[in-house]
Design a protein around this ligand. Structure first.
Ligand code: F6R
Length: 603
């Protein structure tokens, strides 16, 4: 989704901004722009489409010592050069970039901007016109007008504002959208994601909602909503530039699929104490053991990871678990149990749909844990507890290693809770040993790429639609497998409970429709096979992914045997590769599917 970068106090600011914008490309965007100035000249350049289009327009004279840049994922107004950020005020003096959504833009326009000439349809343009209108009407300086405007604006925002008459300062404000200040030597930077500025600094200062920051080359000045000066320590980002490079891989998605065994082993290292016990905060375990129901709140792939972890969590802890879509739960909250405990699953830790639920459950006083890949992310800061995925940055829009690490962390947590509740004895389920077996099994699956590429061509080569079916955990993996396939290859795919097909959806099966069955559970495997027979009789082309111990002659993809509670970690791997190869074979960009954003910061 939208990204912001900026720098003050460094020559050739445009180069830093373009590199930063490239690093934000993975988040998804449809246009980009930058503004640079140096006290004698200033330049505003925007382009629709890829950063490359913007780079092509940045001629040698486009240079400065201060600048702000933006990648836009359209919300208000279609993707176009006019709607790309930065936006300028009526006179052109103020320049603004913005992430988020201004909910009352209509009212602001009608109340304050009568007679202004807007060039596009964005809410951001209204914000920058509003600031200048307040400066003119009330004879205010830029900072005071910005503060007044913030009081009038309702919605989510990360703003970066430059006044051409003071090209040595970036004014920054934040509410609900992420924004960081990076500290340099003789310069400072701003960014919506630390990854964008890692080549400039590893030292960042977090900004909290409602704060306003004045950033110059040698100072940052943070004020809270009441105008009080805030002092906050910086932190060092534990990220390495090599983590975000593709290396020899053609696509990040393939690199991230291949990293999954390493991530499983890293989780063992991170969560195992030297004596073999589980390294999870006792207070967190106490809170969970006191609860009578777990509510997992998440979107998309993270929601599917919640489903995949439900059964194992219930089995090991004897606490009922409900899985909810964040966007539904927040506004249609079900009747809760007496002592609920909330778990927010979010790779990015920034997903607005999940965050709005966390804000509400915090208001209601319920304890919450965020399981995320990003330390210091909004959901992590706002929950009582955090467990990290340790998966390394996930750059491809289609989530792969975050899904498996979410399930693995849930399994580690479930064992710790089970032991704390004395529902389990240490010998019953040795999670670290089991994860090590999973890592080796994943390695053997990802070494089968040539065979999987061929199966993709044979089964998904020309189809417009496809089904994944399974029961229980295999159904939950089917949901994720279908999402992966449709989001990057654009094949219309559905993950279905195998037994439910005959109650309606089987009407869609035609001659040649691909139906992929997942079978890892001895109690339901024969039923799923029966359902595969039903679709075969109606012309479907069936492909079976089965655990080796349940396999039958003719099954095309065999999964090494792992602990029955952890089969999802393996079954998903070939489905990730099928999605990858289907996309490659159709000639689409695997890492940047159309319309999608990596970090979804609007509701
Ligand atoms: C799909 C995908 C999305 C995310 C969803 C939630 O491949 O990545 O469905 O899982 O947008 O994002 P997070 O986990 O960052 O909250």
């Amino acid at each position: 989704m939208c990204g912001i970068v900026g720098i003050v106090g460094k020559p050739e600011a445009e180069k830093v901004i373009l590199t930063g914008l490239e690093r934000l490309e993975y988040r998804g965007y449809d246009s980009a722009g930058l503004f640079v100035a140096d006290g004698t000249s200033d330049h505003l350049v925007k382009a629709q489409g890829r950063i490359k289009n913007l780079e092509d327009k940045v001629t040698p004279k486009v240079t400065g010592t201060i600048g702000i840049g933006h990648t836009r994922w359209a919300t208000h107004g279609r993707p176009s050069e006019a709607n790309a950020h930065p936006h300028t005020s009526e006179s052109g003096r103020l320049v603004l970039v913005h992430n988020g959504v201004i909910e009352n833009f209509d009212t602001l326009q009608h109340t304050y901007l009568e007679g202004d000439h807007l060039k596009g349809q964005t809410d951001t343009e209204i914000a920058v016109h509003l600031i200048e209108s307040l400066m003119n009407r009330q004879k205010l300086d830029t900072l005071t007008a910005f503060k007044k405007a913030l009081k009038l604006i309702q919605g989510s925002y990360a703003f970066a504002l430059v006044d051409k008459k003071d090209p040595e300062t970036i004014y920054v404000a934040k509410n609900k959208s992420p924004l960081l200040i990076g500290l340099g030597d003789g310069f400072n930077v701003i960014c919506s994601d630390a990854l964008a500025m890692l080549d400039q600094t590893h030292h960042f200062v977090e900004i909290e909602d409602g704060e306003l920051v004045t950033v110059t080359a040698d100072q940052i000045h943070i004020e809270d909503q009441k105008g009080n000066l805030v002092y906050r320590e910086s932190y060092e980002a534990q990220l390495d530039l090599t983590d975000i490079e593709k290396g020899t891989y053609p696509y990040y998605m393939l690199k991230e699929i291949d990293e999954q065994p390493t991530v499983m082993r890293r989780l063992i290292q991170e969560y195992r104490n030297p004596d073999g016990s589980i390294a999870i905060d006792e207070k967190l375990l106490e809170k969970i053991t006191q609860s009578d129901r777990i509510y997992i709140i998440a979107c998309g792939t993270s929601n599917h990871a919640g489903w995949a972890a439900k059964h194992l969590f219930e089995k090991l802890t004897k606490i009922p678990v409900e899985i909810h879509l964040s966007s539904e739960f927040g506004y249609n909250m079900p009747l809760l149990s007496q002592h609920p405990f909330f778990i927010y699953l979010s790779q990015s830790g920034e997903t607005a749909d999940s965050r709005q639920v966390l804000v509400r459950t915090n208001q209601l006083g319920y304890p919450a844990l965020t399981i995320t890949n990003v330390a210091g992310s909004t959901l992590s800061r706002e929950a009582d507890y955090t467990l990290l995925l340790h998966a390394g940055p996930e750059i491809a829009v289609a989530s792969t290693k975050a899904y498996t690490s979410q399930i693995a962390v849930m399994a580690i947590l479930a064992e710790a809770v089970g032991l704390a509740k004395q529902q389990l004895a240490a010998a019953d389920f040795a999670i670290f040993q089991e994860l090590s077996i999973v890592a080796t099994a994943m390695e053997s699956l990802i070494s089968e790429k040539a065979a999987l590429s061929q199966l993709t061509e044979d089964y998904l080569g020309t189809t417009r639609n496809a089904f994944y079916i399974g029961r229980g955990n295999d159904y939950y993996v089917s949901m994720e497998a279908a999402l992966k396939l449709k989001e990057i290859s654009y094949i219309q795919a559905e993950g279905f409970a195998a037994g439910e097909l005959k109650h309606g959806t089987i009407a869609l099966i035609e001659e040649g429709t691909p139906v992929i069955g997942i079978i890892t559970d001895a109690t339901t495997g024969s039923h799923t096979r029966g359902n595969l027979q039903e679709v075969t009789s109606r012309g479907a082309k069936t492909l079976v992914i089965a655990s080796e111990d349940l396999a039958k002659v003719g099954d095309q993809i065999l999964l090494p045997v792992v602990h029955p509670l952890l089969t999802s970690l393996l079954a998903v791997v070939p489905t990730q590769l099928l999605a990858y190869f289907a996309t490659l074979q159709r000639g689409y960009d695997v890492d940047k599917p159309r319309n999608l954003a990596k970090s979804v910061t609007v509701e």
